[in-house]
Design a protein around this ligand. Sequence first.
Ligand SMILES: *Cc1c(COP(=O)(O)O)cnc(C)c1O
Length: 400
Amino acid sequence: MIRKIFSRPFTQQEAISQEAIDAATEVLKTGRLHRYNTIENELSQVSLLEQEYANYQGSRYCLACTSCGYALSISLKAAGLESGDYVLTNSYTLAPVPGAISNAGGRAIFVEINENLVLDLDDLAQKATSSGARFLLLSHMRGHIVDMNELMRIVQEKNLILIEDCAHTMGAKWGKKKSGNFGLAACFSTQTYKHLNSGEGGLITSDNAVFIARAIVLSGSYMFYERHGAAPEAEVFSDIRLQTPNYSGRMDNLRAAILRPQLISLEENIKRWNKRYQIVEQKLQKVTGVVLPERPDEERYVGSSFQFRIPGISHTKAGKFIEANKQLGVEIKWFGSDEPTGFTSNHKSWKYLEYQDLENSDKILSGLFDLRLPLTFSLDDCSLLSDIISECVQEYQSTK
Ligand SMILES: *Cc1c(COP(=O)(O)O)cnc(C)c1O
């Protein structure tokens, strides 16, 4: 029996660095917090962030806005979605994803996932045909990346417009290509629990000038699109600027100022996350009854959270298993619950949508557990929490 109790909070991110705090203080001293409030020849913090993120991502254009959910929603609009259009998306995702589809006026069609927590590509192909959907909002949920070669084959065959939700794959790759560089556009989150932290915030990247011009105007550019950091030339906006509504959702200079220094540390932090991930992986893969998602060689993931399955576990036992972990200080989330708890919900609780039968996903989600691995956890912490989970699994096994 492990007597040690885990005592670190799973929601505690690292402090904002002194450099970022200083950058924020500078912005506050100027009073120019709005992205278009610049003095002569000044590029705002938001525009600089857009340039730097486009550069990091290897994309031509970038737009910073208020959240990833907002980014997804205006991306669908900028991609040409019209009210009532179908949008294919993952059955396993976070609530803001179907929310963004609904906000844009679309109708979500959920595609089943497989045991590796990524899209079931046969179901995708079949539903693309049967629905006639033009859009695929691909959510790389919890950082698991589907076989992008196969996916792109279907995207081309079915003539789908692909938008990637990279809230959990900022910095990740499939093969040599960055996650987010496969489709028309990608959306990223800078909300506290993601890979960069400005409290709230979103980024859109794209290589398509017309798409990004529409997104810029949608985000509420007034007529200041020429003050953007990573935007196309003014000509591109000539019609778009008058034909596109303003859905006001800009990022401000304060947030951009604290994100810019964080971007410099991102690659280093990815290594730190993956070290933590691999400790938990090594321990849990040895536990009987626990199944880990396979991570293909082509996938360069960012291990900022960890998922494991206990196939066949009943709802009652799952509840007990979570409670046993909690008693020992380990906060585990469960995607199988009929009731949404905190950040975790599934398609059954999105009742504003017509019910969709997702038998395979339901089966997988009923045995799917999830935990955050914030960088405030030491390697020893990761080792201890894995031991606690192992012990709780063994306890569950013995009462099965
Ligand atoms: C967090 C998250 C979002 C939305 O991000 P916000 O910035 O909070 O709007 C979208 N998709 C996934 C998978 C997420 O985890």
